[in-house]
Each structure stands twice: as C-alpha cells, then as structure tokens.
Design a protein around this ligand. Structure first.
Ligand SMILES: O=CC(=O)O
Length: 338
C-alpha cells in the first residue's frame, strides 16, 4: 500500500521544514485547479482520490476552494477524513455538512490570541483618541484637519471595556486593556471559572450593552451570532459608545452601525473585519471617526508561522493518531470525539 495522501490547498509560507518533513510518512499532493469550478471538477474527476487529509492554508486557499459549503463538501474526495484549517475562524466551513460526511475539522485557536488582541488594542486607542482624524488630515496636508479642529479624544483610563466573547482572544485583550487602566466586563455563552475570568465581571448581554464605554467583539461567527449587534442593540448602549470589531464582520449589521454613527449614538469605531470583504460599506469608508484595517489581525511573521506550525501539527496528529489536536467545538459537541 502507498503512503496516505495529504492535499495542500494554498501555500505554506513559513513552516516549510515541518511541511516537507511530512513527506516521510505521507504523499504530499497539490491541486492543479486555479479556481473553485476547476477544483470541483478536479475532485469529481477522481484525480484526488486517495486524499485523506486536506491542509487548508487559508486565506491563500480561498481562491481555489471558495466557501466549504454543502456543494464543495459533497464533491471532496470520498477518502477524505480530515480538514486542517489554517485559521482561528472557520465560518467559511459548513461543519454540519462535514460531520454528515464523517470529515473532522480542526482550526487554529490560541496561537492567534496575542496578535488579534494587539490589533484590538490598536483599534481601541485609535477610536477613543480619534487618531484616524489626525492620520487622514496629515496625509491630506491639513495638519490637524478642519477648522475648527475635530473634537478631543478620550483616555482609556477609567473606561469600562465590554468584551463580547471571552475566549482566548477576549481573555488576552482583557489583560492588555487593564494595563491601559480600563476595567473589564464580559458576556459569554458560559460564565468562565474564577481563574479564567481573572477578575473580569460576568454580566448579562443587555448589561454589557448598557454599561460598556467601549464594546469589543471577540466572538465567532455562526448562525447564533450573525448580526448579534444591530439596531435594537445599539439602542441599549450608552450615548457616545466606541465599538471595535476584530472578530468577523458578520457579527455586526454594518448598515445599522452606519446609522448609529450618523445619529451620534456611536462616537467612533475601529474595524478589522467586514460583512462582505473586501467590500466595505461606503458610510464607514467616508467617516473619519472610523479607523479601518484590511483584516490584518494575525498578519505578523511570528503569528503566521505559529498558525502554519499548528495546522501541520494537526495534520501529523490526524495521520499518526487518527485524532485532531483542536477539533472544532461543534464537532466536540456533535461527534463527542477527543
Ligand atoms: O481571521 C483570522 C483567523 O480566523 O485566523
């Protein structure tokens, strides 16, 4: 019998030695397809038969696969048992459809926490202090901007940071925000134990909305969290609240956010993620009180390296032990594995 086949989609940029080392125990294959239609054709033609594991090096794989929706998952090789996704968020993968085909999925938790929380801190400071006004003005050659100048910003010290979603990134952000003198409240599906909460106050969802000076979104996107922040939620917030999103654009209704900015309900915003990337609501692009980043939360050499190493560790574990190191939580629940 030949070695099991691993299909690499996208490109390994950093952990090449670990990837190449897999060739001792597996046959490493790549797709010829350049787009989704070609990839589906390649799968159904039988060229990828025998592939047991997909190493999904997102986001460079995205051009070839598109979303892992029902159509794509049905087309994947019949021999496939594991998809090892190189990202923390996996809202692009229909996990129930994978479970129905007995395909297990892993993601990249933990290794993204520092870089993503750092991005949230940058956006919190930028939004509170109104730094985006200054960045735009100086590049436009108008020094501090219009006459009269834009309103003064605010200090983080003494402000309440509300964290929606207290997983690894939320907890990392909590520690960093405290260094800036913020006090932290949080809402999560489940209250954390005392050690994990580390002094952060657990509040109801409505209390989080009502008490936050700055609200940071740090929860995964799924059917239960899509548009969790929309007009009714903005109405429950303090006047002049600051909103930061480093999670997924889909957790917040962008049109409702633009309305809340226009009425002054929301003072300023920091965003790294959008509902329809790379398209951004024009009401956000044109607003100087909105600091925008093009989904850069994990864009560091160190973090990208750690993500690739972790994904490859999942591939190796699937190969050698038939188990994933970080099975996605829906499958921990649904399949009861690990
Ligand atoms: O957005 C980045 C990730 O999900 O890893």
């Amino acid at each position: 019998m030949g070695k099991p086949k691993i299909l690499l989609l996208g490109k390994i940029d950093h952990a090449t030695a670990s990837w190449n080392a897999l060739s001792d125990v597996a046959e490493l294959v790549t797709a010829q397809a350049k787009n989704r239609a070609e990839f589906i054709e390649e799968c159904t033609s039988g060229r990828l038969d025998g592939v047991v594991i997909i190493c999904d090096r997102a986001p460079s794989s995205l051009a070839v696969t598109g979303k892992y929706d029902e159509e794509l998952i049905q087309a994947l090789p019949k021999t496939l048992k594991f998809i090892c996704h190189n990202g923390a968020g996996y809202d692009n993968i229909n996990v129930s459809a994978c479970t129905a085909r007995s395909i297990l999925v892993s993601n990249c938790p933990n290794v993204v926490d520092d870089a993503t929380a750092d991005t949230a801190i940058f956006l919190i400071l930028a939004a509170l202090r109104g730094f985006n006004n200054g960045i735009m003005a100086i590049r436009n050659g108008t020094w501090k901007g219009a006459v009269p100048p834009p309103p003064l910003g605010h200090d983080p010290q003494g402000k309440v940071l509300g964290i929606l979603g207290m997983g690894g990134i939320g907890r990392n952000l909590k520690k960093k925000a405290e260094v800036f003198g913020m006090s932290v409240i949080y809402y999560n599906r489940k209250q954390l134990d005392v050690e994990q909460a580390d002094g952060a106050e657990y509040v109801s969802f409505d209390d989080l909305l009502a008490r936050s000076d700055v609200l940071s979104l740090n929860l995964p996107l799924n059917a239960g969290t899509r548009n969790i922040i929309s007009t009714p939620e903005f109405e429950k917030m303090k006047d002049g609240v600051v909103i930061v999103n480093t999670a997924r654009g889909g957790v917040m209704d962008e049109a409702a956010l633009v309305d809340a900015l226009n009425t002054g309900k929301v003072l300023s915003v920091g965003l790294d993620v959008y509902q329809q990337e790379p398209n951004i609501h024009p009401g956000l692009v044109s607003n100087p009180h909105v600091c925008l980043l093009p989904h850069m939360g994990t864009s560091t050499v160190e973090t990208k390296t750690k993500m690739e190493e972790w994904t490859i560790s999942n591939v190796r574990s699937a190969l050698e032990k038939g188990k994933l190191l970080s099975l996605v939580m829906e499958q921990v629940r649904e399949v009861g594995k690990d």
